[in-house]
Design a protein around this ligand. Structure first.
Ligand code: PEP
Length: 260
């Protein structure tokens, strides 16, 4: 973790919590962090609820002046029109979203999202002034066949091809670590996050590569976050399962208290 990149802990709720559950959960999370004197200026916290929760989350966060950021779990590559079921970046922006997850492995696997689609969604998010959190990561068989960083680096290059320097976040999420309880070791995660930063420097130059946050995701818990955050190229975490448990997620957000 470098001092000039504000760490980001992002909770991907996936398809969990309806809007009533989301309100109760977010309120409790914000109070838990407030009671623990969490300093959002030091570590940013963002949540990624289902689309149907976002209006309620906006009302709650704005009304109660919580410092939590939030975003969508996906975005359409189109801005408007006959695209049944899709959600435009302009709609997310109108709901006060700051971020959007793009290319999560579950989108790539279950919704056939290709590198081209991911790239188009990155462009769409930038058109609407949303910060894309671009998810990349290798499967177990990719790892055996190509080694640790080839696939994530290729996915990142494809996602950014033809796109000029912008404010983005990258999330390295090895598919074999997502939801399995088997996180990458801090050395493994650091190796790939370092390779992603090098690829970004090749695309955009050193300064943007140095200022861009790279998150690790895959079975992050309160017990492994500190070691991950000690790595120089890891600037935060994308958290799935553990983001649904208030005390576990709050403890991950407060990793600075247990980084020694
Ligand atoms: C994820 O789905 O982005 C994720 C990292 O999940 P988990 O933390 O449950 O492995």
């Amino acid at each position: 973790m470098a001092v000039d990149r504000r760490p980001l802990i992002a909770g991907n709720w996936k398809m969990n919590f309806d809007h009533l559950q989301a309100i109760a959960f977010t309120q409790k999370l914000a109070w838990t962090l407030r009671d623990a004197n969490h300093d959002y200026a030091t570590t940013e916290v963002a949540i990624f609820p289902p689309f149907t929760d976002l209006r309620s989350i906006q009302n709650l966060i704005e009304g109660d002046k919580f410092d939590l950021a939030y975003g969508g779990q996906d975005v359409s590559s189109h801005d408007a029109g006959a695209y049944t079921g899709e959600v435009s970046g302009s709609f997310l922006k109108a709901l006060g979203a700051s971020y959007v997850l793009i290319g999560h492995s579950e989108r790539r696997q279950y919704h056939a999202e290709t590198d081209e689609i991911v790239r188009a969604k990155v462009e769409a998010s930038l058109r609407h002034d949303l910060i894309p959190i671009i998810c990349v990561g290798e499967t177990e068989s990719d790892l055996e066949q190509f080694g640790p960083s080839a696939v994530p680096v290729a996915q990142l290059r494809a996602a950014l091809s033809g796109i000029a320097e912008k404010d983005i976040v990258i999330a390295y999420e090895p598919v074999w670590a997502i939801g399995t309880g088997k996180a990458a070791t801090d050395e493994q995660a650091e190796q790939v996050c370092g390779a992603l930063r090098t690829a970004l420097a090749e695309a955009w130059g050193m300064a943007p590569a140095e200022s861009t946050r790279i998150l690790y995701g895959g079975s992050v818990k309160a017990t492994n976050i500190a070691a991950l955050m000690r790595q120089p190229n890891i600037d935060g975490a994308l958290v799935g399962g553990a983001s649904l448990d208030i005390s576990e997620f709050a403890s991950i957000c407060r990793f600075l208290k247990h980084v020694v």
